[in-house]
Design a protein around this ligand. Sequence first.
Ligand code: HEM
Length: 217
Amino acid sequence: MSEHKPIQKNSAAAIILVVLALSLGYAILRYHIVGPVPWKDFPMFILNKGLCLAAFILLTLNFALGPAKNLGIPVSSGWLKARKALGMSGFLLVLLHVLMSFLLFSPAVYGKFFAENGTLTLYSGLSMLGGVSAFVVLWAYNMSFQTFLREDKAFIQFITSRKFMLFALLLGAAHLFFMGFEGWMKPAGWHGGLPPISLVAFTFFALGYVINLFGRE
Ligand code: HEM
């Protein structure tokens, strides 16, 4: 008679659904309901904002749950088992964000990123450099789970090392910081008093960074 293994609960689907619902809900509330953006801009401009916020939160959870457990924060085994799916979904959402951003990237949509002569400002250049570098690093991190690379122990050890993770998180943070810090300091201009998505994501980054700094072995 075959032995029954206990069912291993994995909370990935629930976490992904809740993060997506909250992130999209926040983008809709901030830009359409209390903000001035017309609904016709939902399918690309606003959806893009909601999806990249969800991506950022899922990736932060993927990086921070293990170190959080090491710090003695109670993290259930269902959440720990969800990490791989959270990382993969976060990466796919970032891919969507990148493709959508490429299509939208013009002075008419992102006026604040461009100087009068149509070139990028210094801060938006730094922000996009952070974004593309973070994207490449995330790609490398995902590749490290492919079996053909798993043979290469030194590569895996480097890419999953504490130093590399902290560096990767910093690139994502640079993307957000240079894009948003001017608006972060002017709460009077926030739609409905709600902080910008870049600041919400940056707050998750800061929490994840501190947890990684102290909890990653
Ligand atoms: C090729 C790489 C990337 C490009 C070209 C890019 C482009 C952009 C653009 C144009 C925006 C402004 C969106 C807006 O205000 O509506 C943005 C915002 C954002 N991006 Fe990226 N991005 C890239 C990579 C990433 C990565 C790797 C992450 C996450 C790890 C990320 C997360 C975010 C977040 C959370 C925002 C804030 C949205 C907001 O404040 O409205 N991006 N990105």
